[in-house]
Design a protein around this ligand. Sequence first.
Ligand SMILES: C[S@@+](CC[C@H](N)C(=O)[O-])C[C@H]1O[C@@H](n2cnc3c(N)ncnc32)[C@H](O)[C@@H]1O
Length: 258
Amino acid sequence: MEERAHWNRIGSAYQDEIFDVFRSDRNKLLSATIQKFANTEHTVIDFGCGVGRAFEFLSPSFRSVFGVDISDSLLTLAKKREFNNVTFKQHDLTKPLKASAEFGFCCNVVMLPEVDLNKMMLKNIRQCIKPGGHVVIVVPSLDSFIYSAWQLINWNKKEGTLPEDIDASELAGFKGTKTDLIQGIVRIDNVKTKHYLEPELRVLFADAGFSEIVVNKLEYDWTSEFSNPPKWMKEPYPWDWIVEAGVWEIETSSRPKP
Ligand SMILES: C[S@@+](CC[C@H](N)C(=O)[O-])C[C@H]1O[C@@H](n2cnc3c(N)ncnc32)[C@H](O)[C@@H]1O
C-alpha cells in the first residue's frame, strides 16, 4: 500500500513538511466555518486527521471526535495530543468506512493523483454522514496553482528574465503530461498532487451524493508559495478551495438528483 508507506515515512518530519492550513489561513475562515456547524451534541469525523492539527478546533465544539487516517505513525503522534473526547482508527478512505456522524471534516486529503480514488473517497465520506449532516472539505486549487506560476513569470519579467529563460526547476510543478494538467495533476515538491477547478468540485460533490454545495477560497499569504515574495505581490492571494456540503434530511425517489 504505497499511500500508507508514504505517509508513514513522513512521520515525525510532519510538522516541517506538511503545510499547516489552520496557521496559514489569512482570514481564519476555516475555524469560522467549523464553528458554523459546531454542536456539542454531535459527533465529527476528521477524515485524514494526520497528527490532529484540527483537534483543538473540533474537540471543544463537538461531543466526540473520530480521527481516521491511513498512517499508523501519524496516528501515533495524534494520540499524544491531550483531548479526552477523541478516538482513532487506522483506515484507508478509498475503502468504505463503518462510521456515522453529523459532521465531517477533511483537510487536504482528497488529492490523490489517481483521480478515481478521490471520487471513491468522497463517496465513502458521504456514506458516513447522517441525513441532515454536513461536511467541510479543503482541497488544492488548480486555478491558484497556475495563477501562482503566472505571478512567478511576472516577477521574473520585472527583474529582466524572459519566460523562456526561467530555470526549469522553478516551474517543475508542471512536469506532467497534457492530460495530467487537464486533470489537475501537478507536482508539489515533486509529489503528484490532484488540484481542482471550482466547477469540477460542484460536479464531483453532487456525484458523491452531496447537496447545498458552497465553494469558497481559503486564502494564504504569498509566503506559502515563495520564500521571499516581492512587496508588490498582493491580492488576489493564493488559495485552497473550502467546500461546504450537506446531505439531504430525507432521501426520496421524487427528490431531484443534486
Ligand atoms: C496533507 S496531510 C493533511 C493532514 C490533516 N488533515 C491536516 O490538515 O493537517 C494528508 C493526510 O491524509 C492522510 N491520507 C492520505 N491518503 C489517505 C487515505 N487513502 N486514507 C486515509 N488517510 C489518508 C495522510 O496520512 C495524511 O495524514
